[in-house]
Design a protein around this ligand. Structure first.
Ligand SMILES: Nc1ncnc2c1ncn2[C@@H]1O[C@H](COP(=O)(O)OP(=O)(O)OP(=O)(O)O)[C@@H](O)[C@H]1O
Ligand SMILES: [Mg+2]
Length: 290
């Protein structure tokens, strides 16, 4: 137990060293349902934070159907699979994206990535603790669904942004994800990001509903972090493989994403921040380090 504690402290001190005033923040962007804008938001939020002078890294954690590379029109040489197989160390994995964004890619259509065992999944999370220097933000684009990968990446993050649309199945999926993360992984608070909203809506109705059920049945808090309107430029950006925020900076969704970046910067520092290995250590590794 002492050894485990020592390792955790060492990694934390290394990460926090370069961030004495502003601890690095790991943010998972999930939501349960597929096709609700998780990847588009991750990439554009990353660029918006970079434009504010922050060092930002995006991790494509959609291990089976990775597509951050497609959205950015980039062709990565190395992916998480090369990290796992020891072909590429974590420090060489990141590719330079737009506006100084750094991106770590996964690979799509590789069955092995969808069948990682617990040690391999934990190895990915642990590898990030060896990053030196650490980015100000690590944004994790999480897959749809409720696989163990999804749960692990969310539970390992400092903040979980749940993306939800005005659609009953999106709200049900968001709630189901929050329920499992709360009950099985101890996540206690969530950030809600409403997306694809009609111009007349600010997303507060969705927030009220999710807040009501989650505070009654899960005893968790849900903060409404931002609202992004339905905007055809977002689809156009995806089709042309160019980031919305770079090529259509005045579009309604780009403006909302810049407001989201401001809201992210205002999030209060938490006492347990900067610990992406906490899930790894808590759930699986205490025994092996004891
Ligand atoms: N605010 C928006 N307005 C209009 N279209 C949007 C908006 N947000 C996302 N989209 C579009 O929705 C589609 C799905 O987006 P995206 O791939 O980011 O979703 P996802 O949640 O990551 O999907 P998956 O679950 O498959 O990973 C894309 O065509 C994207 O351009
Ligand atoms: Mg996606």
């Amino acid at each position: 137990m002492d050894q485990a504690h020592g390792l955790k402290q060492l990694l934390l001190e290394r990460r926090l060293g370069a961030h004495a005033e502003r601890p690095p923040r790991v943010i998972a962007i999930g939501g349960g349902k597929g096709g609700i804008g998780k990847t588009s938001i991750t990439v554009n939020l990353g660029i918006a934070l970079s434009q504010r002078g922050r060092r930002v890294m995006v991790l494509d954690a959609d291990l089976g159907l990775a597509n951050v590379d497609v959205l950015l029109g980039l062709n990565p040489r190395w992916t998480l699979l090369d990290l796992l197989d020891g072909r590429c160390p974590i420090e060489d994995l990141a590719v330079a994206g737009p506006e100084g964004l750094e991106v770590i890619f996964s690979c799509s259509g590789n069955r092995r990535m969808t069948h990682l065992d617990i040690t391999e999944r934990a190895a990915i999370v642990r590898a990030f603790d060896e990053l030196d220097p650490w980015p100000d933000y690590l944004l994790v684009d999480v897959a749809a669904g409720l696989s163990d990968d999804v749960l692990m990446f969310c539970a390992a993050a400092d903040e979980v942004i749940m993306v939800a649309c005005d659609d009953p199945s999106s709200m049900t999926d968001a709630y189901a994800t929050m329920k499992i993360l709360t009950m099985d992984c101890g996540v206690k608070d969530f950030q809600l990001l409403t997306n694809m909203m009609p111009p007349t809506s600010d997303g507060s109705r969705i927030h009220e509903r999710l807040l009501r059920v989650s505070s009654s049945y899960l005893n968790t808090s849900v903060n409404h972090l931002g609202n992004i309107p339905m905007d055809d430029y977002m689809r156009r950006a995806a089709r042309s493989q160019k980031p919305l925020i770079c090529d259509w900076p005045g579009s309604p969704a780009a403006l909302a994403i810049r407001a989201l970046a401001e809201a992210v910067e205002r999030l209060p520092t938490r006492s347990d921040m900067g610990r992406p290995i906490r899930f790894f250590l808590r759930q699986h590794a205490m025994g092996s380090f004891a």
